[in-house]
Design a protein around this ligand. Sequence first.
Ligand SMILES: [Zn+2]
Length: 187
Amino acid sequence: MPNSFSQVASITRQARDAANAATENDISTAYEYIKSNYTDCFKDNATMEQMMYYGWLLEYKYVGNPEKEDYCNLGQDAEQLVKYVYRGTDTADSDHSKSNIEQIRKSIDAIEQAKAAAAEQAAAEQSETSNSSDTASSKENSRTVYVTKTGKKYHYANPCGKGTYYPCSLAEAQSRGLEPCGKCVLR
Ligand SMILES: [Zn+2]
């Protein structure tokens, strides 16, 4: 005995009602479920019902959202794939089913590529951040310190002790072999 249209309609309604409140987590669960089960989704009613529910959830959540078009398409493909077989008006190995499975595979590829690109982007931003800490240390090298004509130390304080102190850059003081002063630099 095939399933009825009203059973399908009831799953559609549940997904539509849940879509607005669906969180990123719910969407991720729906996506992973479809991805893991679409090649073997006709094995029982429970799997077909879950596929349709998640398919409509993605579709209702993202319909009209160009940034999430891949998810919307995937959802549509998933519910289209299952609902006719579920009602017994199509078969699992028909051309229609096969072409829908192919569509789902393409949508998943597109989503995975977008995810990889986003991860790459995040990694690039991460390395930009570490470049800016290089900039911070070169700023540190150019900070001004104070030296005397004969002293073996460089100082932050001016004056630190007796004598006449001249400003120079930290990098220059280090290149002249001067050591940090124990009183004002290393304290
Ligand atoms: Zn000093």
